[in-house]
Design a protein around this ligand. Structure first.
Ligand code: ADP
Ligand code: MG
Length: 138
């Protein structure tokens, strides 16, 4: 299913549908150019999953942890600024990726060798009319 999104407002509905499509997957990769809307979508997915408190992009760190109202952790990664995959190793990425908690990952292209088998990918593309085309790639 390809969701065509004209505004941020429409994203709330889409995030519910995406969570359904994500199903039992916990490691969710988000691909799309700078400004495509990865961070914005992750915020809404986290809201839908019951995160309390703010969800800011990990600007000064690689990973942010959010807590849901059930007390579950959700991890939000942004690998944009890393230069080598070894930086993810130093971070202890495995503890997160294999924790069974949701991991939402921006710029997974930066860690091609560290992506687990059981990951699912969301792509965000802009069309000529400035709509976002959002779809899941298995
Ligand atoms: N679905 C959308 N419709 C309209 N504007 C959006 C949408 N998603 C994101 N934006 C806007 O695009 C800009 C970049 O979004 P952001 O989520 O930071 O992108 P990324 O994380 O992919 O670099 C923000 O100003 C945001 O408000
Ligand atoms: Mg971002």
């Amino acid at each position: 299913m390809i969701y065509k999104v004209a505004s941020e407002k429409e994203l709330a509905t889409i995030s519910k549908l995406l969570i359904k499509e994500i199903g039992i997957y916990k490691v969710v990769l988000l691909e799309g150019e700078m400004g495509a809307g990865k961070t914005t979508l992750i915020k809404l997915l986290c809201n839908y999953l019951g995160v309390i408190g703010p969800t800011n992009s990990p600007t000064f760190s690689i990973v942010n942890e959010y807590l849901t109202q059930n007390g579950d952790s959700i991890y939000h990664f942004d690998f944009y600024r890393i230069e080598k995959e070894s930086e993810a190793l130093d971070l202890g990425y495995e503890d997160y990726f294999y924790s069974g908690n949701y991991c939402f990952i921006e710029w997974p292209e930066k860690i091609p060798h560290l992506i687990p088998e059981n990951a699912i990918k969301i792509k965000i593309e802009l069309d000529n009319d400035n709509n976002r085309l959002i779809y899941i790639v298995r």
